[in-house]
Design a protein around this ligand. Structure first.
Ligand code: ADP
Ligand SMILES: O=P(O)(O)O[C@H]1O[C@H](CO)[C@@H](O[C@H]2O[C@H](CO)[C@@H](O)[C@H](O)[C@H]2O)[C@H](O)[C@H]1O
Length: 389
């Protein structure tokens, strides 16, 4: 295949995909690594390089399966090759447990920023699409959380020249999405506190395990955190006029943490109810990649566990709004979640409020851009902040 043919092929394959935000860009190049022999096929790790008008460049992985007499195809549509590559120990593939042979492959059809292929109901591979040089945080943290019971077990990885291309994980049996379940409870006016408590307990296990296995001797000062929150909120103010009425209350929330000093550690980083699955009575956290817009360096940096707690608390607020539940439903979820985590909900926690406020500000601008009909949800949270917090 010539260089031009590879560029055209990858662009065609990517352009049809929901995970590909590269349409606003142009092809800057295409490259292919060493092909891997798997039975009667060859697996070619191909990467499309996309340039954007603002100067950004992004790399998108489109592993190709090449078979004699057939057009090349995205390996995610021929997932058996990926499983067999792991099982047979093909170059770059490393299994961390025994891999069953011949499981039927099914590509996940839902909205996703990467691409997941399930193998029967036993395991899955998540192929990373936008790749960055180095270790992928999702792989790193799944490895660290092995055996903790609050994350899926790692089955292996595909790593090329020190960069993670894919992670193989246990497929959790009978999974139910946490946000879907919470919204259903809110709609039915059903009690969600047992689940909220268990989610808090599971998050405490995530944090404890990460702190034990990836210790970090770092702290964050409230003044620095507040400065960051204020900068981010100023951007929201510039974008959405309606937040101006809440500016004084928000400023007071951020001002209240100036004297704090908190320990930092590795955290989930993008915690919300859409990142937890209930599997046979147990809550499991998924997708440890951190905030998609943050750089790899930012996503690997220690942070305070309160960011994860705040993300989850905000999510209960969304579920309440979605299901039209009363304020008491939300309050009960919040209390149960904090208690399950090991915090006393009656003890004021200005730092946690500051993280929630920061997240709500971010949500206002996210909703203004993508889902204006939901902008009221974070705005309502801001409107409930006490004036002189
Ligand atoms: N171990 C797992 N077992 C079963 N389903 C999973 C597992 N991990 C993730 N999922 C589901 O697969 C989908 C995509 O997973 P996710 O890790 O969030 O992908 P992305 O990084 O592309 O957003 C989600 O619907 C999630 O609930
Ligand atoms: O899951 P992503 O990392 O892509 O996060 C983005 O989209 C989320 C919505 O899908 C958005 O989350 C917000 O809405 C959720 C309900 O739809 C709610 O559970 C979250 O708490 C709320 O923040 C997230 O902010 C955005 O970054």
């Amino acid at each position: 295949m010539t260089d031009q043919q590879l560029r055209d092929l990858l662009w065609d394959l990517a352009s049809q995909q929901r995970w590909f935000p590269g349409r606003g860009g142009t092809v800057a190049g295409a490259r292919a690594g060493e092909a891997v022999e798997v039975h009667d096929a060859r697996l070619l790790p191909a990467v499309l390089e996309v340039a954007f008008p603002d100067g950004r460049r992004e790399d998108y992985l489109i592993p190709l399966v090449l078979r004699d007499g057939k057009p090349p195809m995205d390996a995610c549509d021929d997932g058996a090759v990926l499983l067999e590559a792991l099982r047979s120990g093909a170059p770059g593939f490393e299994a961390t447990r025994p891999i069953p042979a011949g499981l039927p492959a099914r590509r996940f059809a839902g909205e996703q920023s990467n691409t997941t292929v399930f193998f029967s109901d036993q395991l899955l591979v998540k192929v990373f699409r936008r790749i960055e040089p180095g270790i992928n945080v999702d792989v790193e943290l799944h490895e660290v959380l092995a055996g903790s019971g609050v994350a899926a077990e790692l089955y292996g990885r595909w790593r090329v020249d020190g960069t993670d291309y894919a992670v193989f994980l246990e497929a959790l049996p009978d999974p139910t999405d946490g946000y879907v379940l919470a919204c259903r409870h809110a709609r039915d006016g059903a009690d969600f506190t047992t689940h909220a408590w268990a989610l808090g307990e599971a998050l405490a296990t995530v944090h404890r395990t990460l702190a034990e296995r990836l210790p970090s001797d770092t702290t964050a000062s409230g003044a620095v955190l507040a400065a960051g929150f204020r900068r981010r909120f100023a951007q929201v103010e510039a974008e959405v006029d309606e937040v101006a009425t809440h500016s004084a209350a928000v400023d007071a929330v951020f001002g209240a943490i100036a004297d704090e000093v908190v320990a930092t550690q590795r955290i989930h980083g993008d915690c919300h109810l859409g990142q937890v699955l209930l599997t046979r009575g147990r809550w499991v956290y998924v997708d440890f990649e951190g905030e998609p817009m943050a750089s790899l360096e930012e996503r690997r940096a220690p942070d305070t566990p309160l960011r994860d707690l705040a993300g989850m608390l905000r999510s209960f607020g969304y579920a309440r709004a979605d299901g039209g539940a009363p304020a008491s439903w939300l309050l009960a979820c919040r209390r149960a979640f904090l208690e399950g985590y090991g915090l006393d909900p009656d003890v004021p926690n200005p730092l946690l409020t500051a993280y929630e406020t920061d997240k709500a500000g971010y949500e206002v601008s996210y909703e203004a851009r993508y889902r204006p009909h939901l902008m009221r949800v974070p705005l309502d949270f801001l409107s409930e902040l006490p004036e002189g917090a």
